[in-house]
Ligand binder design. Structure first.
Ligand SMILES: Cc1ncc(COP(=O)(O)O)c(C=O)c1O
Length: 368
């Protein structure tokens, strides 16, 4: 299947102030953009004031200190700063991949209902897009990528394959073993991007990152984000891990000062703050368990999510329920532009936000 989208197809979550004004509400919570609800690490935040006096200076264009910190954080002999590229969000790394490896004559391959930026960056290069199926049979793999179909969708023109793990907007994962088998069966000329923007949440539930596959394969790129668990979405920073040769190819396509200095410093502090990570994951797990239990009680179907959101299947078009939640002061994410009109994506907020959501949802469902 081949199709086109433009940046206009990217629909961000609604703005809190806009919703407050429109519906004359004093309390509005946003559970729409998969951000960490508690905000960044205090240590990272303390950078803001300190770095003010250097704001007239250009940042380190090579992001040396951050690369060193990432290498230490990954803590694998086969990942040194030479295997790292830093981006203005991991979205920029996805764009660099497209710039480096896609052309009008080539094809990008990913599953249906995948994160829309894969389409956008492929479109930037006028590459053709091929979408493979998801597993739609009920069970543990429900809505995860069908790697057999993905393999069958590869053509002589396939240059880049994007595999999100966990995926957005489904939250589904593919096991490490399945990804390893898939990569080993694919031509080494194809670049395979494993997008691990939500990996910390998945690891919390026992999933294994694909970082160790970097030792085995030279044609893979792993992308990670500081926008999710580290709560730095607003300053834009992410990274990519790959062989030296691929990192060089990506660096050749980026602007010299692509990552601002505040983002670099905040990212370094965030990686150092292990307690922040542990506490955020603890809070997340409490809220995820609370929400899944309540959704089960309400007999609502949802995809088993390994990310910081839950995608709920209401079994019918969700526009009315989305609007009613909005009028109650809750912003969720409709998934019509992902061709999932019966689903709403709920970001896991603080426990207070989750309780507020459940109380309003119960009220709406009773009144229907
Ligand atoms: C699957 C996935 N990958 C990558 C990103 C990009 O994150 P960022 O550019 O903020 O690092 C997102 C953001 O929502 C995402 O859901």
């Amino acid at each position: 299947m081949i199709n086109k989208v433009s940046t206009n197809n990217y629909k961000p979550g609604l703005d809190i102030e806009y919703v407050k004004k429109k519906y004359k509400l004093s309390k509005v919570i946003k559970l729409a953009s998969n951000e960490n609800p508690v905000g960044p690490s205090k240590s990272a935040l303390s950078i803001l004031e300190k770095s003010q006096k250097n704001i007239n200076r250009y940042p380190d264009g090579k992001c040396d200190a951050l690369k060193k910190e990432v290498a230490m954080f990954i803590s694998k002999s086969f990942v040194s700063p030479k295997n790292i590229v830093i981006g203005n969000g991991s979205s920029e790394i996805l764009e660099l991949v497209a710039k480096a490896f896609l052309t009008k004559q080539s094809e990008a391959l990913f599953s249906k209902h995948s994160f829309i930026v894969y389409k956008l960056v492929s479109n930037f290069m006028n590459a053709r897009i091929r979408e493979s199926k998801l597993i739609t049979k009920n069970g543990a793999n429900y809505m995860s990528s069908d790697l057999d179909d993905m393999k069958n969708s590869i053509t002589s023109k396939t240059k880049v394959i994007f595999i999100p793990n966990p995926a957005n907007p489904t939250g589904a994962i593919i096991t490490h073993k399945k990804i390893d088998n898939f990569i080993s069966s694919v031509s080494k000329k194809i670049i395979i991007v494993i997008d691990e923007a939500y990996i910390e949440y998945a690891c919390m539930r026992g999933h294994k990152s694909c970082v160790d596959l970097l030792r085995k394969y030279n044609n893979i790129i792993i992308t990670r984000s500081f926008s999710k668990i580290y709560a730095l979405a607003g300053v834009r920073v992410g990274y990519g891990l790959a062989s030296e040769k691929l990192i060089l190819a990506l660096n050749n396509k980026r602007q010299p000062f692509n990552v601002n200095q505040i983002a670099q410093l905040m990212a370094i502090r965030s990686l150092k703050d292990k307690k922040f990570l542990t506490n955020s994951l603890k809070d997340y797990e409490i809220c995820r368990e609370y929400l899944t239990k309540e959704l089960d009680n309400l007999n609502l179907k949802y995809i088993d999510s390994y990310a910081n959101f839950i995608t709920i299947n209401f079994g019918k078009a969700t526009q009315s329920i989305f609007n009613r939640l909005l009028k109650s002061g809750i912003i969720l994410r409709p998934l019509d532009n992902y061709k999932l009109p019966n689903y709403l994506r709920l970001t896991i907020g603080t426990l207070g936000e989750c309780k507020f959501f459940i109380s309003k949802l119960k009220h709406i469902l009773v009144k229907k």
